[in-house]
Structures are given as structure tokens and as C-alpha cells.
Design a protein around this ligand. Sequence first.
Ligand code: GAR
Length: 196
Amino acid sequence: MKRVAILISGGGSNMVALVRSMTGDHPARPVLVASNDPDAGGLVRAREMGIETAAVDHRPFGTDRAGFEAALLEPLFAARPDIVCLAGFMRVLTPDFVRRFQGRMLNIHPSLLPKYPGLHTHQRAIDAGDAEAGCTVHEVTAELDAGPILGQARVPVRPGDTADDLAARVLKVEHQLYPAVLRRFADGERHPIYLD
Ligand code: GAR
């Protein structure tokens, strides 16, 4: 059985989708949900589901990223994860941290990468007049939002969409894509899947 740690910063709806998927004959189980924000709503949801949680506030560390990551590594190492899933984790990780989980850390990003790495993805898709948007699950590498793609899901951009409208439509398919990719990944499958 593969052990999965999930890193979050906010509401954690992707984390909930991942946790709910890991039952029955699934090859993985959740062992830890950790956040850089002690007030992240997802921490409460994780505890309600009986998952161990950890909060490592990044703010006291200021610009000391290495210090923050060293503190985050303590509960992470203690949980002995085989796979680390970033699920709405909004801190950029240093190459040193990424290297420790090379080939076994996944991220979900709310755009059809390589389009729109970084922030404000939905507004950028609307401003560009794109007919389609979506989300990508990829392996995390030192370069931001640029690791090998493991899966994508597409949604239409509708006339008059606001960024919030589009974000809500994309989030729904994130909840399908991420569990589907994690299951395959835990089984050793690295070929990307595409959900329409
Ligand atoms: C999701 O849309 C996720 O793709 C995005 O944050 C949201 C988190 O929602 N992640 C990023 O933008 C990473 N750069 P959630 O907390 O409800 O899962």
C-alpha cells in the first residue's frame, strides 16, 4: 500500500476528492494532510475524515524559504510518504525540497499546461479568448508548473464567463482528474490521461 501525503493551503476540495478516492482496492492511503496556513479550511475537513494533519505557518519564516521547508519536512518525513500530492498548495518550493521527492510529487494546476503557468490562469484564458480551459496534473520538478504531464481535463469557456465562473467549472473536473491520475500513478502508470 502506497502512503500519500497531501499539501494544501486553502479549502482543500481537491484534497477531499483524493482522500475519498483512496478506499477499497485503491493502491494508496492518505497518511497526512499538511498546510502552510494553520487556518486552512482543508485542515478541519481532513481531521473530520480522520486524517492526521500538520500546520507549519510560513509567515514567521519571512523570506527564509529553506527554514520553512525544513520545518515542513519534519511532519512529512515522520509520515513516510511514498507520494506527495500538492493540492492547492500555494508556496513555491525550492529545488532542494523538490529533489527530496523527485519522481513522486504531483501537483494540480488550473490550466491546460504549458499554457498559463503561475497565477490568475482563468482570467488569462478569458482575456486570450480561449475556447477551452482546464486543468493539468503533472510531476513536480524544480521549474514551476513545468514537470511531465500525467493528465489533463478540458472544459469549454462560455461567452460572458467571469474568472469565478470558469474556476468553478474547472474545479469540478479537477476533482475527477486528480483522483484518476493518483490511482494510475500509485499503480506505476506514467502515461498521461486526457478527460474531456
Ligand atoms: C485549485 O483550483 C488548484 O488547481 C489551484 O488552487 C485551487 C485549490 O482549491 N492550484 C493552484 O493554483 C496551484 N498553483 P482546493 O483547495 O479547493 O483544492
